[in-house]
Design a protein. Sequence first.
Length: 96
Amino acid sequence: MASEVLNLTAQIVSSHASMTELSPKELVQEIKAIYRVLAALEEEIVAPETVAPVRRPRKPRAVKMVESPEAKAVEDETKLPVGDPDYMEFMESREG
């Protein structure tokens, strides 16, 4: 793993140094800084305490069904509950 961090550090520094003029001292400082950051990131990934706890899926909320005023009016008119076979027959006779 350390060689991977070192390779990434070399790629990042060489890419940045190809576009920016750096003195030898600045180059060494940049190498050290980038290596430290990458090594710290690697430790965070490996550390077991950073693993998020497994969450259980939520239970779906209970939904209260509300009968529309139109359905209540039809039910009151016919005195039959909606969905009743007699009600369905009644509705078919009303349609035509």
